[in-house]
Ligand binder design. Structure first.
Ligand code: FAD
Length: 287
């Protein structure tokens, strides 16, 4: 297998045009999977891996917008989890994402793994996905023929499936900066406290209006469906209420009646359903 290290986007797109070429970011998902793949046959490993490692254009955090435009943080897809976590603006303004990054894998995984790899793997348990969904993130996709933007929920099509076209890469993620009246929360339940894949996770972004009443709530769960799961009925049930245990318990019972998780090696569907509701109750701490 060849591994190429292009130093320009032009070189990257040329390399990706080769038959059987595949993007390599931190390799923490891809290299684990490739170990299980045969060297030949129809399901063979890719002939060429094209590394993003030398492409400064795909790394880093930049603030954009201002004036009449909404302020946005543009997160380069090849930025590692550790680099994102170290960014003061991300920690201060996107705590829901920072909380998820802080719990993702272990220090070595956070040093190698990238935001783009987490999104493009499109795992139902991908820790960055629920936070990015509630933040209203957009993905920036680039290819030799230009750049296009998509809402994250239009990009994630199912387990391991995205809207990436052949020859296209995820270049960046654009996250609108929430206002000071928006409280944020992320929590993940796994089989143990550290280095655990989510059994259920919840990201929440709640806008508090006058008198502490909820002016809008965005809720997204991980590991309870093929991709990030939203529950508009529970969001609507919270509108106009305070973040009280009574209101949250009502929303939690809506969640339990609608969520349709599956049994797998990590947990039963019944346990996931219970926990998906219970995680909502934690939002009472934000009041
Ligand atoms: C021990 C261990 C623990 C882990 N724990 C967690 C965890 O707690 N939570 C969690 O969410 N994940 C976890 N993971 C999974 C993994 O570390 C993360 O999903 C990580 O973010 C993947 O990023 P990467 O850069 O390593 O991706 P890679 O492995 O390099 O790539 C993954 C896939 O995305 C594609 N890809 C990568 N970047 C791009 C791009 N910019 N454009 C187009 N395609 C791209 C690749 O072709 C490949 O198909 C764990 C993995 C291991 C090995």
């Amino acid at each position: 297998m060849n591994v190429l290290f292009p130093r320009s986007l032009k070189g990257l797109f040329q390399a990706l045009a080769e038959p059987g070429a595949r993007v390599l970011a931190g390799g923490t998902d891809l290299l684990v999977r490739l170990r299980a793949v045969p060297d030949s046959g129809p399901a063979a490993a890719p002939a060429t891996l094209v590394s993003l490692d030398r492409l400064a254009a795909l790394r880093g955090v930049r603030e954009e917008g201002g004036g009449n435009l909404r302020r946005v943080l543009r997160l380069g897809a090849a930025t590692t989890h550790a680099e994102l976590l170290a960014h003061p603006l991300l920690r201060a303004r996107l705590p829901v994402l920072a909380q998820a990054l802080a719990e993702l894998g272990s220090p070595p995984i956070r040093n190698m793994g990238t935001l783009g790899g987490n999104i493009c793997t499109a795992s139902p348990a991908g820790d960055c996905l629920p936070p990015l969904a509630v933040l209203g993130a957009e993905v920036e996709l680039a290819s030799a023929s230009g750049v296009r933007r998509l809402a994250l929920d239009g990009f994630l099509l199912g387990p391991g499936r995205t809207a990436l076209a052949p020859g296209e890469i995820l270049a960046a993620v654009r996250v609108p900066l929430p206002g000071p009246d928006e409280v944020q929360h992320f929590e993940k339940v796994g089989r143990r406290d550290a280095l655990a894949v989510a059994v259920v996770s919840l990201a929440a972004l709640v806008r508090l209006g006058r008198g502490g009443k909820i002016a809008g709530a965005r809720l997204a769960w991980g590991s309870v469906g093929p991709t990030v799961w939203r529950c508009p009925e529970a969001e609507n049930a919270l509108a106009g209420r305070r973040l009280s245990l009574t209101a949250l318990a009502e929303a939690a019972s809506i969640v339990r009646s609608q969520v349709q998780p599956i049994d797998d090696v990590r947990a039963s569907a019944a346990y996931r359903r219970e926990v998906a509701g219970n995680l909502l109750l934690r939002l009472a701490m934000l009041e």
